[in-house]
Every structure is written in C-alpha cells, then in structure tokens.
Design a protein around this ligand. Structure first.
Ligand SMILES: [Zn+2]
Length: 169
C-alpha cells in the first residue's frame, strides 16, 4: 500500500515562500536561492538549504523560521538540513528578487560572470555600483561593511543619499 501524501512538494515550496529572509524582510528564502531541495521521507519532510554568506549570522534564524512555518502548517516532522557542499552565489537569487532588493533601496548584486571592465573604474578594482534610487553611476564606496558583513555602504553623489550594496559572490 502506497500512502499518498495529501500535500505536494509544490505546496511546501509555496509555504516556504512565506518565510522571509531575516536580513532583508522583503525577500523570501526561496527567491534568495537558499532553499535547494524539498522532499518527503517516511512521512517526514526534509528541506535542504545552503547558507548564504558564511559571515552572516542569519542561518540559524532561517532554519528556525522554516521549521516554525512548517509547524504552523501542521508539519511536526520537518527537518532542515544545512548543506555546505554547494556554495551559495548571488546568481541563485531570482531576477525578481534583485528588483525587489533595488526597490527596497539596496543595490542588487551583479551577475558574477558579468564582472566586466565596464564596472571597474580606472583607479583599479573598485566597482561602480549604480544608485538604487536614481540609477546614477556617480556613487562611491564609503565602507566595505554596511549594517551586516554581506553588504557594503555606498553614497550617491547625485541624489545625495547613502545606500547599501548587496555584495556579489
Ligand atoms: Zn542616487
């Protein structure tokens, strides 16, 4: 006898979309690319996640938030497996997530393979990050670290506003 699970894996993915990233509340853990795989195992549920920046203290919070959400949905036997075999990259973030990040006032990461000369100014390795508010290229780096290690602090010389850049890895 095969026991048919009344809830599909697709529905679990939808539940997970309700779990927001603790650092960037406008983004959820699915569009961040943190949730890698979901499957049922002996009536339990397993969620495989890959941590973002190793320096980010948010990973335990994400694990707990996922478990809390699934418990809310009636899954007592959900386990979250943190997988360090893969390395999270900002390329895993969906384009929609990057757009939301920009609307939130954080300059989104570029595609890592697009690290072209265009973005590197003549002084050397410093990248030009367009302002998320006015799209001006007249910005400068203020600090390598913003509110967290995953972000750097920039300033826009055009609209005279500070903003954060989500570093790309
Ligand atoms: Zn600006």
């Amino acid at each position: 006898m095969i026991e048919i699970n009344p809830i599909s894996v697709e529905e679990i993915w939808q539940f997970l979309e309700e779990v927001s990233d603790p650092e960037i509340p406008v983004l959820n853990v699915v569009e961040m690319g943190i949730v890698r795989e979901v499957w049922f195992n002996d009536g339990g549920l397993i969620i495989r996640i890959t941590p973002t920046y190793s320096g980010c203290p948010a990973m335990n919070a994400i694990e707990n938030e996922i478990k809390k959400k699934l418990l809310e949905k009636g899954f007592e036997k959900a386990s979250v497996v943190t997988d360090y075999k893969e390395t999270w990259t900002t390329d895993w973030m969906t384009d929609h997530a990057k757009l939301k990040l920009k609307e939130y006032g954080i300059a989104p990461p570029e595609k890592t393979e697009d690290d072209s000369d265009f973005l590197t100014n003549l002084k050397g390795s410093q990248k030009i990050v367009p302002c998320p508010y006015c799209d001006s290229m007249k910005t400068h780096l203020q600090s390598e670290f913003g509110s967290t290690a995953c972000k750097s602090q920039y300033y826009c010389d055009e609209c005279e506003q500070p903003f954060e850049h989500f570093k790309c890895i």
